[in-house]
Design a protein around this ligand. Structure first.
Ligand code: ADP
Ligand code: MG
Length: 378
């Protein structure tokens, strides 16, 4: 049997040393150490631990529990354990609410501590074996596409991603608008790496590498950013796109793909990999014309059945939804009114779903989110 991979999360050096000593010379591999900072989450994910041991002294900061909860270790097949100096029944019960499987005393004998960690791992693997098959099926890849810029594809992708993540789902946002991708601005992030660095990495494309080259937003959304400058787009080939989507698919419940307004080979590769394609339109003639070309190309590619119609920036327009639906022959999915909150949230780099808003557009957007969730059948 392979040795158990452990990550120790603690900000206390004496606890780190103590835990390291406890697990020394055993069939355990300490693959890394981390703290409770937001940026550590991606690092921990990339280490693929079987068990994380959270080493803390009482009273335990509530942030520790929310950190563990936000990591959603269970959905990644990883067990979370707390090692602390004062184990009480209350603490054990409280910890369980956050998905923590065991609370162990720091002064437990080394051998016993070790066997409890092994046990917890075995227990987790049994649960995972039952869940794993479902996990793959449950993954959904949704693209945002259209043949016209400025219709709202990116803003919809960002806000859907953040809303799903806040609800507890594992979400990755792939910015595959290779020339003009701006998800980093919409999320107010400054990624060090992008899809370009990933594509050039000699180790190739795998879930570990995608995670390593991505950045995490405070909502939990993982973003693989677009090239920093349009000329870098040429480094990305259709094969890179296919590999990125295939490698993340089994590990994220939602893979949202933001695309540019063109039918490049890379865009086509992404569309081929997706389960659903949200064609984002605005209620005007030019948009209708663009949507028509998009749908006819999808038809030629034999993937028209994945297309869904979204009417964004809606006003009481002369072009009615039904007309659009019948002209395009794709099913209507959602309609969102024009609203100032879109622009102000874009300018602030703060997704509007993070604020409570009671406008018509906010309500319509919630219905859209609910429909996405319902369609996935959770
Ligand atoms: N429902 C809406 N109401 C008002 N403005 C919107 C709406 N949806 C998007 N916008 C605005 O449209 C602009 C373009 O949106 P964006 O998502 O970048 O488009 P695309 O990705 O399709 O090029 C942004 O400034 C955004 O704030
Ligand atoms: Mg865009």
């Amino acid at each position: 049997m392979e040795s158990v991979k452990v990550v120790i999360i603690s900000e206390d050096t004496s606890i780190r040393v103590n835990l390291k000593k406890k697990l020394a010379d055993k069939d355990i591999q300490i693959v890394g150490y981390a703290d409770f900072k937001d940026e550590s989450r991606l690092k921990i994910d990339g280490l693929f631990p079987d068990v994380v041991i959270v080493g803390v002294k009482v009273p335990i900061d509530p942030e520790v529990f929310s950190f563990v909860e936000s990591m959603k270790f269970q959905s990644k097949g990883c067990a979370a354990v707390i090692a602390t100096d004062d184990v009480t029944v209350d603490l054990v019960n409280y910890a369980a609410r956050f998905g923590i499987r065991q609370v162990l005393p720091l002064d437990m004998k080394d051998n016993e501590f070790y066997s409890r960690v092994v046990q917890v791992n075995e227990y987790e693997k049994v649960i995972q074996a039952q869940l794993n098959i479902q996990k793959r099926v449950r993954s959904k890849v949704i693209a945002f596409f259209g043949c016209k810029g400025g219709t709202g594809k990116s803003v919809m992708a960002t806000n859907l991603a953040v809303a799903l993540s806040k609800r507890g789902s594992n979400v990755i946002l792939l910015d595959m608008d290779l020339r003009f991708g701006d998800q980093n601005i919409l999320l107010d992030l400054e990624p060090k790496d992008t899809i370009v660095e990933l594509a050039q990495d000699p180790e190739g494309i795998s879930i570990e590498r995608v995670n390593a080259f991505s950045i995490m937003h405070s909502s939990g959304v993982v973003l693989l950013a677009a090239p920093k400058s349009p000329e870098y787009a040429e480094y990305i080939k259709p094969d890179h796109i296919t590999k990125v989507i295939r490698s993340v698919r089994p590990y994220y419940e939602y893979v949202l793909v933001d695309l540019g307004s063109n039918f490049s080979d890379e865009t086509i590769a992404a569309l081929q990999e997706c389960d659903e394609i949200m064609i984002v339109n605005n209620p005007d003639i030019l948009s209708l014309k663009a949507a028509k070309s998009a749908v006819s190309i999808l038809e030629q590619l034999g993937i028209k059945e994945k297309a869904r119609l979204i009417m964004n920036k809606n006003v009481n327009s002369l072009i009615r939804m039904k007309d659009f639906e019948s002209m395009l022959e794709i099913p209507f999915y959602a309609s969102i009114s024009a609203d100032k909150m879109f622009n102000s949230s874009v300018n602030k780099g703060e997704p509007f779903v993070l604020r409570t808003s009671r406008t018509v557009a906010a309500k319509e957007f919630s219905s859209f989110i609910q429909r996405v969730i319902a369609d996935k059948g959770e």
